[in-house]
Design a protein around this ligand. Sequence first.
Ligand code: ATP
Ligand code: MG
Length: 208
Amino acid sequence: MSRDGSPSPDKSTAPQISSGHPASAATCDAGIFIDDCLGKSAIGIVWSGRMIPEDGDDDDFTIPIAVKMAVPRENADPEADEDERDTIREEGLIYDYFAKSGTHGITPRYFGVFEDAVGTVAVILENGGTALKTFQNLANDQAQKLFAKAVEMHSAGVRHHDLVPRNVVRDSDGDLKIIDFHVAKTGHRCRGSLKCKELLQLSAALGL
Ligand SMILES: Nc1ncnc2c1ncn2[C@@H]1O[C@H](COP(=O)(O)OP(=O)(O)OP(=O)(O)O)[C@@H](O)[C@H]1O
Ligand SMILES: [Mg+2]
């Protein structure tokens, strides 16, 4: 809903999470406002919105965010395997892992995984800009910087498993960040950019 609470077009299905119970969070005392649908994914919906600290109602304090969210399935079989909400929680663990290993700047800033009383699970990230459609239009220095982030990610022990253009976002300064870690794995022992399959594939896709 909008900040003043009024409904807006195409947002009638927007969940009304204005606060949550952080399972793991870098920020507390924050209000979350959801505005628009950024995209639908296999595991849920990604919304754009703003995070506003309670003590700062000034636009300077608002942080543009992306909220990747999964809701409980209707008539879910309790015996069934993992649902999408587990996948979101696991994605949050990867962002947590980066934070704890002191690896910053590879992904948009991570604020935590939030769950509400009805079982909605949401991972909250800074909005990193627009997803790429292709790697072809990247200038060589941008491609190099993106590749350096992938190398750093691997050095931290994370293999992404889906390093494609739509999982890279670019902000208004041209800064590129990697997103979408729901199939990523920790424990990767990287053999370096000349031997590691994922890095070799990315290097080729970037034309390096
Ligand atoms: N932090 C973010 N900043 C900006 N946009 C984002 C962010 N996170 C997600 N998005 C947008 O939402 C889209 C879907 O997010 P994400 O890739 O995490 O979901 P997904 O389930 O993997 O979807 P897909 O299967 O299409 O890759 C992204 O391609 C991007 O356009
Ligand atoms: Mg994706």
